[in-house]
Write a protein that binds this ligand. Structure first.
Ligand code: E4P
Length: 216
């Protein structure tokens, strides 16, 4: 499973990139707003840090507006993936982007039926929002499983990108199910790494290392 970092914060993206564990980046307007920097400046800087798919979201809600914004974003860098909302006008734009060779990430997916239509329209990625489904007492991971099954049943090329990941178990479950990608906040990437037995083992090794005589 590929791992993307879900962030627009350059320091966070650098941290994850230096560990060598990320294959790409997803952003959204809320994440970019947190940086306090303009959208294009932020996306351009991210493209300098990570050589992999970088999702940048359009703000327009109508097909013409989405196409205009998406084409401008796609022109910025070869790795840009245009993030498009899962509404009818968005799917119309996805169909055209696909014909133009522009990659898309269809976002805000909350049902298998939505995901099926996004794949039919030619989406490169579909983003089921696992954590937000869990937040309303649903089973977000079930949606990932449904999408993986449906796409596999019909050889649909769209990749399932598990999004709105809240904790390490989400990541492990997405990998077990066979999601193509999980986009993960930096905090969860660090949580994935942590294990108390690693820390305890390391402390013992370091303590014992001090007991080793320098000379025979
Ligand atoms: C990713 O593409 C989404 O924008 C993101 O994962 C949403 O996560 P949230 O539900 O934690 O805001």
């Amino acid at each position: 499973m590929k791992i993307f970092i879900d962030s627009a914060d350059l320091a966070e993206i650098r941290d994850a990139a230096q560990m060598g564990v990320i294959d790409g980046v997803t952003t959204n307007p809320s994440l970019v707003a947190k940086t306090g920097k303009p959208m294009k400046e932020t996306i351009a800087a991210i493209c300098e840090i990570v050589d992999g798919p970088i999702s940048a979201e359009v703000i327009a809600m109508d097909t013409d507006g989405i196409l205009k914004e998406g084409r401008e974003l796609a022109k910025m860098h070869k790795n840009i993936v245009v993030k498009v909302p899962l509404v009818a006008d968005g799917l119309k734009a996805v169909k055209i982007f696909t014909a133009e060779g522009i990659k898309t990430n269809v976002t805000l997916c909350f049902s298998a039926s939505q995901g099926l239509l996004a794949a039919k329209a030619g989406a490169t990625y579909i983003s089921p929002f696992v954590g937000r489904v869990d937040d309303i007492s649903g089973e977000g991971m079930q949606l990932v499983e449904q999408l993986v099954t449906i796409y596999r049943n019909y050889d649909l090329a769209t990749e399932v990108l598990a999004a709105s990941i809240r904790h390490p178990l989400h990541v492990v479950q997405a990998a077990e199910i066979g999601a193509h990608v999980a986009t993960i906040p930096l905090k969860v990437i660090h949580q994935l790494l942590k294990h108390p037995l690693t820390d305890a083992g390391l402390a013992t090794f370091l303590a014992d290392a001090k007991k080793i005589p320098a000379k025979a």
